[in-house]
Design a protein around this ligand. Structure first.
Ligand SMILES: Cc1cc2nc3c(=O)[nH]c(=O)nc-3n(C[C@H](O)[C@H](O)[C@H](O)COP(=O)(O)OP(=O)(O)OC[C@H]3O[C@@H](n4cnc5c(N)ncnc54)[C@H](O)[C@@H]3O)c2cc1C
Length: 477
């Protein structure tokens, strides 16, 4: 594999002239940090990506700066890796062929929040800023990752999939959530294309391989005032049944429904005062007007509410979402470094699938479940129509890591029993999730990245990678 670990002197001069010398980082710990994300959750990716570092990182604040930097890199034919806050999990913004990492976090203006329920922003805008501003005028983000406090809008669209809010509104790509994205090509004279509505889908979650997102418009959801509730029970089945009912209950407007098998909660150090040893825990973020009813319903089922916290406005901690999605994995891996994880979508027979997995891999898998709206439909549409039957059980179960072979065995068995796995132990786009539209994504890349410079090596099925050698690359278990 060829790696561009130093840049031509002329290019360095040009980059410095464009953004200022202090915004071009050519070495040291800062460059190391800007070459990493959270790939290290995976022992496989640790092995594959641990030594990867860019030749330089460049911080851009405006579209003009971005265009000039990309144009210079295209002329010099060096890899270009866009980057937001670097919270991705699969080495998405790790520059496997070196070159230039472009830090987009200073390119961060929220351009418009419409009273009609949508916003327009630059890609570096932090989701927390958008959420806070939207709430001021009666709206909120339809979906955001548990890293919403830190992560960027562009990073979420190009690296993420959904999260908080997805139980009601589905993921980023669910119909109607995206209004438009504007992509810039990687060429000497960059071009721009605007993809609207469902036409934007091929540009989503492609790890920055299909153009650089320079402007995003997304629809918002009506704002609710939320209570954050924790429920605890020693009885897994009882808690599972109640949590599943609460996720599907059309009367309760909810933003987050999560369940943790014991001993996962024992790793949430700041919350330990709420938990009882040996118990499983569910987290429910619900409209405050429905919280009393939810608590009473749980009590009737023999389940205790052990914590009730208001989600304050403007948002400020504590956020119980800090323990959900891949934050759960983070707390657990910190507490027990033998853990790694898989990302799973269970069927309607999820109870039976849990039993099969527990029987086949006793003690190796610990369940962390997230309820999500599937079938590409939001749970409630603009007219208030409710699609409760679209809710399904997904999650990010923890796995005690034994070996790469054993991990593959677990993933293969999941497929055998109908559990979908988005493999987090690969940096290849195609192997890390389901991409039924990969042909369209490849065509978009061919159009916007004709030189093959955008995050090269991440789209496995894209033939033109000028930095690859014929025999290389096995970026997965
Ligand atoms: C603790 C933890 C919890 C997480 N929880 C969730 C979750 O709930 N849901 C979820 O979906 N994800 C989750 N993630 C993954 C990640 O945090 C999110 O996807 C986040 O939105 C990524 O944003 P970022 O700014 O950090 O992107 P980055 O990591 O910087 O980038 C992600 C990808 O997008 C590309 N990219 C960034 N900006 C652009 C741009 N403007 N144009 C083109 N490409 C671009 C990068 O090249 C990279 O491939 C989690 C990760 C961690 C570590």
């Amino acid at each position: 594999m060829s790696t561009i670990s130093t840049l031509p002197p002329d290019l360095i001069v040009e980059l410095r002239a464009c953004v200022g010398p202090d915004k071009v980082i050519e070495g040291g710990e800062t460059l190391e940090a800007l070459s990493k994300d959270f790939y290290w959750y995976s022992p496989v990716l640790q092995r594959l990506l641990g030594d990867k570092v860019a030749a330089a990182a460049v911080r851009v604040s405006t579209l003009d700066e971005l265009r000039t930097v990309v144009s210079a890199c295209a002329r010099a034919k060096v890899p270009v890796v866009p980057r937001g806050a670097g919270t991705g999990n699969y080495g998405q913004c790790v520059p496997i062929h070196g070159g230039v990492v472009i830090d987009l976090t200073p390119f961060d203006r929220v351009l418009e929040i419409s009273p009609e329920g949508w916003f327009r922003a630059e890609p570096g805008a932090r989701l927390a800023t958008i959420e806070t501003e939207a709430r001021k005028i009666g709206w909120e983000l339809r979906t955001m990752p548990s890293t919403w406090v830190k992560s960027s809008l562009g990073g979420f669209f190009c690296g993420g999939s959904g999260g908080i809010g997805s139980v009601t509104w589905g993921g980023i790509g669910s119909p109607d959530n995206v209004k438009s994205v504007t992509l810039m090509s990687c060429e000497e004279t960059p071009r721009f294309i605007k993809l609207e509505g469902q036409d934007a889908r091929p540009g989503l979650h492609t790890y920055g391989t299909t153009g650089i997102m320079v402007e995003i418009e997304m629809r918002l959801a009506p704002r609710y005032d939320y209570d954050q509730l924790l429920f605890s029970s020693p009885d897994w089945s009882k808690l599972l049944d109640w949590t599943d009912m609460a996720a599907r209950n059309p009367q309760w407007s909810k933003r987050l429904v999560t369940m943790f098998e014991d001993p996962i909660p024992t790793h949430f150090k700041p919350l330990l005062k709420y938990f009882r040893p040996g118990e499983h825990v569910s987290l429910y973020v619900v409209d405050k007007n429905s919280a009393d009813e939810a608590i009473a319903s749980a009590a009737a089922a023999g389940i205790d509410c052990v914590c009730r916290l208001r989600f304050s406005d403007p948002p400020k901690p504590p956020f119980l979402s800090d323990y959900t999605f891949n934050h759960t994995s983070l707390w657990a891996i910190k507490g027990d470094p033998s853990f790694t994880y898989i990302q799973a979508g269970f069927g309607e027979n999820f109870r039976e699938q849990f039993k099969l997995l527990q029987a086949k891999f006793p003690g190796e898998i610990v369940f962390h479940l997230e309820w999500l709206c599937r079938r590409g439909l939001p749970l409630r549409d603009g007219s208030g129509k409710y699609y409760g039957d679209g809710v399904g059980v997904g999650g990010i179960p923890l796995v005690h890591f034994v070996s790469e072979e054993r991990l593959q065995e677990i993933i293969s068995y999941c497929a055998e029993i109908g559990v979908g796995v988005a493999n987090p132990h690969t940096y290849f786009l195609e192997d890390g999730g389901s991409h039924p539209d990969i042909d369209t994504k490849r065509a978009l890349k061919a159009d916007l990245d004709p030189l093959g410079l955008l995050n090269p090596g991440k789209m496995r099925t894209y033939a033109h990678n000028p930095f690859a050698e014929a025999t290389e690359l096995s970026g997965a278990v």
